[in-house]
Ligand binder design. Structure first.
Ligand code: ADQ
Length: 486
């Protein structure tokens, strides 16, 4: 019987309300059901590094433990290195990367401070599950502090080829540190393959099985665990929301026009500039659709403390203005760009109202919005998903219209094809996609990973840090998921 300790950069503190983002969507159901500790950054920038322990609060069965960052930590660790180097690089977009050695140093130092603050919270039997690119060195930093508990790591975003990874100078150090985890999970088999190649190239690991590495006499298990949504639950939310006044207002505003919908955090990897170029190409070539279609792009601003994100926001606003002024008419606005978010349930209703879901990231670990769009559809009259072939979700949702997101003509052609698609083909494609997601859930995803961690990550020989967490241990039952994937 183990307690679950999750580590992620952002912690969805209940008092801060819902946040747009896939990590919370994927993890929250597991934590809420199983209970445990959720440890990470509070989201607050403090004047100076606090020596006190992590701040603790409780909601339901979850204990939240957070620390503040100093301005220097925030800038070096979070904005510049995690989001300015690792995020673009791991998405294979190295031209967006801005490397500075001092940021890398702050990244490692801040990880060490997280490790120091986590240490007193750990109990002997805990399973430690670390999430995402903010914490690549954390497994080694925990081991260096005597933590012998099973440590798992899941990467929510893609993993690039070794040649691309090598562009970041500390690549070898990062991979070597990460290999101190017992189990390392990825969204797709190609991410896993790229990581195995990087581990052998940069860290001297040996691949001794399809999903097994050996390094310094230790075994590190790799696995593929695609992030999932609760499709029936989301479908029910979409049906309810479709009758809500907010969604009804949107429908009325369309006046019978077909809705194309995009929902993404405002992020350079989501292919928003290319998507608008594709829509513009569609408007230029398919003039018969003028006044019969509206594209609503909801792109809640994200990481506005990172310069490239501010620049992207300005570029999108300009492009949107151009499209409306050059392709629109006095009585018709072809594009609505909204940079505020909204409740996920309202988004579900919008998705159900949309004839096309346009999901065209340049690269994406999984992309839960694509799965949500499928789940939200009316089975009797479903819309069409246009999906980037470079999203992890394209492996399961291969009945979507798959496009290369870099090719505006391909996006334009897919929009025209989707709008003209007959009812039978829409239903056939939708049923295949629904089948691909309906049996899975975030709980199965989480339990699948934790089962691998329990099996693969036995207690190490040295002694764990003393347990000083005040809470009683909730149990983590061994659960057999219906979709064991790895
Ligand atoms: P993200 O890059 O955040 O996730 P995605 O997987 O699409 O991307 O998840 C976004 C989530 O946020 C969805 O559940 C969506 O409904 C929600 N959301 C979007 N806008 C919202 C809003 N305005 N208000 C509330 N919720 C909103 C990262 C990786 C992905 C990976 C996930 C999960 O980049 O590739 O799929 O983690 O592993």
């Amino acid at each position: 019987m183990s307690r679950l300790v999750v580590v992620s950069n952002r912690v969805p503190l209940p008092e801060k309300g819902a946040q747009a983002g896939g990590l919370a969507t994927a993890l929250q159901p597991l934590l809420e059901r199983e209970g445990g500790v959720w440890f990470g950054w509070s989201g607050t920038i403090a004047a100076k590094a606090a020596e006190q322990p992590a701040r603790i609060s409780h909601a339901g069965r979850v204990t939240y433990a957070t620390i503040d960052l100093t301005r220097a930590e925030h800038d070096g660790y979070y904005a510049n290195f995690a989001n300015g180097v690792l995020w673009p690089l791991l998405h294979s977009l190295p031209e967006m990367m801005r490397f500075d050695r001092s940021d890398a140093e702050t990244y490692f130092e801040t990880n060490a401070r997280f490790a120091d603050r986590l240490l007193p919270l750990l109990q002997d039997e805990d399973l430690v599950w670390v999430h995402d690119y903010h914490f690549l060195p954390l497994p080694a930093l925990l081991r260096a502090r005597g933590v012998t508990n099973p440590v798992g790591f899941f990467l929510h975003i893609p993993f690039p080829s070794p040649e691309i990874l090598a562009l970041a100078p500390p690549a070898g150090k990062l991979i070597t540190a990460l290999l101190q985890a017992d189990v390392i999970g990825f969204q797709t088999i190609s991410d896993l393959g790229n990581f195995a190649a990087a581990a052998t190239t940069f860290a001297g690991a040996r691949q001794i099985g399809a999903e097994l590495l050996e390094i310094d006499g230790r075994r590190v298990r790799l696995g593929v665990f695609p992030a999932e949504i609760d499709a029936p639950d989301f479908a029910a939310a979409a049906l309810r929301a479709a009758r809500s006044p907010t969604v009804e207002r949107l429908r009325r505003s369309l006046g019978g026009q077909s809705l194309i919908l995009g929902v993404d955090r405002l992020d350079p990897t989501k292919g928003l500039v290319q998507r608008l170029a594709g829509y513009r190409r569609f408007l230029e070539t398919e003039t018969s659709w003028h006044r019969r279609v509206v594209f609503l792009q909801i792109a809640p601003v994200s990481r506005q403390d990172v310069a490239s994100y501010q620049a992207l926001r300005a570029e999108l606003s300009q492009l949107a203005g151009e499209i409306n002024s050059e392709c629109g008419d006095p009585d018709w606005t072809p594009l609505r760009l909204i940079t505020r978010g909204g409740p996920r349930t309202t988004l579900a209703g919008y998705m159900r109202a949309a004839r096309i879901g346009l999901v065209t990231p340049l690269r994406d670990g999984m992309n839960l919005v694509a799965k949500e769009y499928v789940a939200a559809q009316d089975p009797e009259d479903p819309g069409v998903l246009i999906l980037s072939r470079f999203a992890g979700a394209a492996r399961q949702l291969d009945a979507a219209l798959l496009v290369n997101p870099n090719d505006p003509d391909a996006i334009a052609e897919a929009i025209a094809r989707a709008l003209a698609m007959d009812h039978r083909e829409r239903q056939t494609r939708w049923r295949a996609m629904w089948q691909a997601i309906v049996e899975n859930s975030p709980l199965d995803w989480g339990f699948g990973f934790l089962r691998a961690l329990q099996q693969g990550g036995g207690k190490r020989s040295a002694h764990a840090a003393p347990a000083i967490t005040p809470r009683a241990k909730p149990s983590l039952p061994v659960h057999t998921p219906s979709n064991a994937i790895n």
